[in-house]
Design a protein around this ligand. Structure first.
Ligand SMILES: [Cu+2]
Length: 432
């Protein structure tokens, strides 16, 4: 947490969006809570204002606010952060309030929000409130609707959240660099009527991609397509939280895409309908069943289903390269190539040389190859039956009977009732 003295030092000459902030005003800035860990915090029940069912941010948290004179006040600090991408790898990113992505902002349709944005980056920034319909001067486009927020300064955004829905925030200043460095966050505006669009569990995350060379910590910001870390909320499998769900719950999963390619997100064991986009709620008559929904670049999609089938259901991007961690794409296909003679010859020069890829690449998931520091295996994570052979944008929806309403703790692996598990055919009596 930042100290008041730091704050005064940094904001004593701060210029705000419309007005100059005096020292007295600066001292009245709301606190800016910070998060140092990449773990999911329990949903934040609203301490004041209209009631709503709060969302759960995968590997993230919701930003607390202060109620003051009819405003809901939030304080975001844009700053360099260290994000654990998965156990074994940390990335040096830019984010908000200690993490990338920044904290989720939750409020209610009709709320008047005042968002203080303090810039502790080495360069200027802004925040654009993607999808939110607001006065033009609050739209956060550097140069077009406001001067950029210089390093060390604080700007104030004030507007009414007129529409409920699914939105996000990100800079509109040196965008290529700042988004490649992880500056983004989720916004959820709950409906005024808590029974409208009601679900039991409401998960949110952003799709982000990074290009971090093996052995290094900082993303290559000039990369356009060839990323090597495909993330849900700046985490890769097996570091992504599981989506723990009580059997019978109505579940919503909201996803926003701030990468530079689309992500066909697929669920096993269920079908779902798109119920909300960053454009608003989708009328029932316009919904249809899907098991995969393409989340386009710069868009948000919310899907819903009733969790009536217990189990551990895979939930992932269907682009198979996006369920892999750092890998080279110039690897030749070796399937069917007899490498025996070659291995012997190279082995004389490079004693630890391994022959790989002759029968496919599944063996890589089980192999313990030496890796540079701060580098994740290409595919990893173990399940109850062995290596899962995945990385990147992959997690598990765990549907269980009899969980408590607020219980999001990992219930362990699913135990399949007798007769419901695929099995090896062995010699013996005929099947029924
Ligand atoms: Cu993808």
């Amino acid at each position: 947490m930042i100290s008041r003295r730091d704050f005064l030092r940094n904001s004593s000459m701060a210029v705000l969006g419309a007005t100059l902030v005096t020292r007295v005003q600066a001292a009245s800035l709301p606190e800016a809570p910070r998060q140092t860990k990449a773990t999911m915090t329990p949903p934040l029940l609203p301490p004041d204002g209209r009631p709503y069912n709060p969302v759960v941010t995968l590997n993230g948290w919701t930003l607390p606010w202060r109620r003051r004179k009819g405003w809901k006040e939030f304080h975001l600090i844009a700053e360099p952060v260290v994000r654990e991408i998965a156990p074994g790898m940390k990335a040096h990113l830019w984010g908000y309030n200690g993490q990338s992505p920044g904290p989720t902002i939750e409020c209610v349709e009709g709320d008047r929000v005042r968002i203080f944005v303090t810039n502790r980056l080495p360069e200027h920034t802004t925040i654009h409130w993607h999808g939110v319909r607001l006065p033009n001067g609050m739209d956060g486009v550097g140069g077009l609707t406001q001067p950029q927020i210089p390093a060390g300064k604080t700007f104030v955004y004030e507007f009414e959240m007129k529409h409920s829905g699914t939105f996000m925030y990100h800079p509109h200043a040196d965008e290529m660099v700042q988004m490649a460095m992880g500056m983004m966050g989720f916004i959820v505006v709950h409906p005024k009527n808590p029974n409208q669009y009601r679900v039991d569990r409401d998960f949110v995350f952003l799709l982000a991609a990074y290009d971090i060379d093996p052995g290094s910590y900082t993303p290559r910001v000039a990369e356009m397509l060839n990323f090597n870390l495909w993330t849900f909320n700046s985490r890769v499998f097996p570091g992504i939280d599981h989506l723990v769900v009580r059997k019978g719950d109505r579940v919503r999963i909201r996803m926003g895409n701030l990468t530079m390619t689309s992500h066909p997100i697929h669920i096993h064991g269920y079908n779902f309908a798109v119920t909300c986009t960053d454009g608003g709620w989708v009328p029932k008559s316009a919904q249809w069943p899907e098991t995969t929904i393409d989340v386009p670049v710069g868009a948000l999609r919310a899907v819903e289903f009733i969790a009536d089938a217990p189990g551990d259901w895979a939930f992932h991007c269907h682009k198979s390269h996006h369920t892999m961690n750092a890998m080279g794409h110039q690897v030749p296909t070796m399937i069917g190539v007899d490498q025996k003679g070659i291995a012997e010859k190279i082995g004389k020069l490079v004693p630890e040389y391994m022959v790989m890829g002759e029968k496919g690449m599944a063996e890589m998931a089980a192999m313990a190859m030496p890796l540079p520091d701060n580098t994740l295996p290409m595919m990893t994570g173990h399940g109850p039956f062995g290596p899962i052979e995945m990385g990147g944008m992959f997690t598990v929806v765990k549907v269980r009977e009899g969980l408590a309403r607020e219980d999001y703790q990992d219930p362990g692996w699913y135990r399949h009732p007798p007769g419901t598990l695929a099995y090896e055919l062995k010699d013996g009596p005929e099947l029924d």
